[in-house]
Design a protein around this ligand. Structure first.
Ligand SMILES: [Zn+2]
Length: 234
């Protein structure tokens, strides 16, 4: 019977050994994780983050000077955006609109003279929209499919008259009101999330500066910039 006791003792010793070794390993792993967190490195067990998408949209342009500066900055950063143009600002700015189209930006309609569509008669509202579509088509060869109603105010009576997709926004830093680059950047950084549509106006220098700063910042955070049609297809 004695050999059985010896065998049992040996088995207990082996199990204890495994347990101690196991605990030791767990402690070491926790230690490594803590060290990585302390030194600011990414811990080895962190899951890789998924791509987040965001769309920059610009209303009220084109502007002879600031839209060009914006296009330069976006090109440098490999970013495409969406521009909702005012029809009456198109004449004289054809080159910048052609460039917009050639560089892959999406061009949409923001009415001919920035009217509040809900306050217009259906006839006048349709004219505001169609005239702008014609002007954009004359420059780019493409009929716009997307419209952003000024003041975000769509007229539901137009649903049967106008075959366009209405695009509103989810992040509004009130850039036109503050005209303060840092305020606009901070507001966007605080409120942006996956699939956000950011509203800006490319007719202010401060907005163009804020837009480019936001691109640099969000690209570092893993965001990919897309046009609104791409976002809506997701
Ligand atoms: Zn507007």
């Amino acid at each position: 019977m004695k050999w059985k006791n010896v065998l049992l003792c040996a088995l207990v010793c082996v199990l204890n050994g495994c347990l101690i070794l196991g605990l030791f390993t767990i402690q070491r792993e926790i230690g490594v994780g803590d060290l990585a967190a302390d030194s600011g490195e990414v811990a080895p067990f962190t899951k890789e983050e998924e791509t987040k998408y965001v769309a920059l949209t610009f209303d009220d342009g084109p502007h002879a000077r600031y839209t060009e500066e914006l296009l330069d900055g976006l090109k440098e950063r490999g970013v495409r955006a969406t521009f909702f143009l005012i029809g009456k600002s198109i004449e004289g700015n054809e080159d910048v609109i052609k460039r917009m189209s050639q560089e892959g930006h999406l061009i949409g309609n923001h009415t001919y003279s920035h009217v509040q569509l809900s306050k217009e008669t259906v006839e006048s509202a349709v004219q505001e929209i169609e005239k702008t579509n014609q002007e954009i088509f004359a420059v780019t060869g493409k009929v716009p499919e997307y419209i952003r109603p000024p003041f975000g105010s769509w007229n539901s009576k137009l649903d049967d008259q106008v075959e366009m997709t209405v695009v509103l926004w989810t992040v509004d830093p009130l850039d036109w009101k503050t005209q303060n680059t840092q305020y606009v950047v901070n507001h966007i950084k605080k409120n942006v999330k996956n699939n956000s549509i950011i509203l800006l106006h490319d007719v202010y220098k401060t907005s163009v500066q804020a837009a480019l700063e936001i691109v640099d910042c969000l690209q570092e955070e893993g965001y990919e910039f897309v046009t609104v049609d791409e976002l809506m297809l997701e």
